[in-house]
Design a binder for this molecule. Structure first.
Ligand code: F6P
Length: 401
């Protein structure tokens, strides 16, 4: 080896060492990055409501502001996105300006829990597909925002070994384990506004007006909007109504000189006769049902029995639409921030709920499959009766207080 060759070999050696060192430190850097990076999937499922975006923003800000590297995957259209691997990467800018925006930036869909175990039309096992996509993206946790059905599937995924944190959304406020769900207060505002608007026209024409309020099988929305809007009669599923008691309440108002009556009727309101049917009888009854909804049936019966003019107003999905009210903006932001805290601490398997004015974590297995309903003996019902509101059932007596 001559002198030139010698120098060349030495240089090669130095370069090789440099390369090995660089590679090694890159590996260390990447290992460190792996440790501090968290990968989160997020989805909104079921019927939308106000403040879904505010809640997601709360989660995202909590995570992005924690000084960790975060990869956030937004699954599109609810569980569908997780099943079929349809997602978009979300960056802090996606959460800018959405605090006041209604709907959900991720889209939503209904995927009934009872069909989750059934293969799709191409034979795909949906639960296995969700697990596959979760592991493929190396997710640390799934953040799921939804109501009752959504929570059953979220709990199923938890049982299947996925890390899950959930947030309670629904205008129905029927989720067990939380005193309040976001979307509810905004919907109360809208339903109340509807009843407010009806007042003047009902008074001018001396008519009976029925405002049909959403809420599925529970009466929280109708009860609260009914009291706030000054409804004279409130019908909720938890207190089966007697049509004769309703007529009596209307007549009593006429005798006292009131020309009009306003009823706030829950879409799930039910007569005492129907409430007494067996499951099989109820199925048959519904199959033969000729009205678009219960309010129209009640309207017909009032007309028939009292001869009064009756009108029905159904605000429907407007109750779920538009911007969240300030209460829901604050509430959903708080729950979102608390959810990010659970994720950062690695505490999974919880719904972030609200009990006795405190944000709490509620085990998912306690939430899933349970419906929260209005207690007919609760103080709010007793207070409403004291205000002279009829529930179309047993009349008010102070002895029941
Ligand atoms: O659960 C929210 C809710 O708005 C209920 O109050 C209502 O019964 C239902 O969703 C309506 O569902 P959809 O939007 O699928 O018609």
């Amino acid at each position: 080896m001559d002198w030139n060759e010698d120098i060349f070999v030495s240089w090669c050696w130095v370069l090789l060492q440099f390369h090995i060192n660089m590679n090694h430190s890159a590996q260390i850097r990447s290992a460190k990055k792996e440790v501090s990076m968290i990968r989160i999937g997020m989805l909104t499922s079921g019927g939308d409501c106000q403040a879904l975006n505010a809640a997601m923003r709360g989660v995202a800000k909590g995570l992005f502001n924690a000084g960790k590297e975060v990869e956030l995957f937004g699954f599109l259209d609810g569980y569908k996105g997780l099943i079929y691997g349809k997602y978009k990467m979300l960056s802090p800018s996606d959460f800018s300006g959405i605090l006041t925006k209604g709907g959900t930036i991720l889209g939503s869909s209904r995927m009934p829990f009872k069909n989750m175990r059934d293969p799709d039309e191409n034979g795909l096992d949906k639960v296995e597909a969700m697990k596959h996509n979760y592991y493929k993206l190396s997710l640390d946790c799934l953040v799921i925002l939804g109501g009752n059905g959504t929570h059953k599937t979220a709990n199923l995924l938890r049982e299947e070994g996925l890390n899950v944190v959930t947030l309670p959304k629904t205008i129905d406020n029927d989720l067990w384990g939380t005193d309040m769900t976001f979307g509810f207060q905004s919907a109360v505002d809208i339903a109340t506004q509807c009843i407010d608007q009806i007042h003047t026209t009902a008074a001018s024409h001396g008519r009976v007006f029925i405002v049909e309020v959403m809420g599925h099988k529970v009466g929280y929305l109708t009860l609260n909007a009914g009291i706030a809007g000054g409804a004279d009669i409130i019908l909720i599923p938890e207190i089966p109504y007697d049509i004769n008691k309703i007529i009596k309440a209307i007549q009593k108002r006429s005798e006292r000189g009131s020309k009009f009556t306003i009823l706030a009727v829950a879409e799930g309101a039910i007569s005492k006769e129907v409430a007494a049917l067996s499951k099989k009888e109820f199925k048959k009854y519904m199959a033969d049902y000729k009205y678009p909804s219960v309010s129209y049936e009640i309207a017909d019966k009032i007309k028939e029995k009292s001869g009064m003019e009756v009108r029905v107003t159904v605000p429907g999905h407007t109750q779920r639409g538009g911007s969240p009210d300030p209460y829901d903006r604050v509430f959903a932001s708080r729950l979102g921030a608390e959810a990010s805290k659970l994720i950062l601490k690695g505490e999974y398997g919880y719904m972030v709920g609200y009990q006795n004015r405190e944000v709490v974590k509620v085990p998912l297995q306690d939430v899933a499959g349970k419906l929260k309903m209005v207690d007919p003996d609760s103080t709010i019902i007793k207070e409403a009766k004291m205000l002279g509101i009829s529930f179309g059932a047993v009349s008010y007596t102070h002895l029941t207080l």
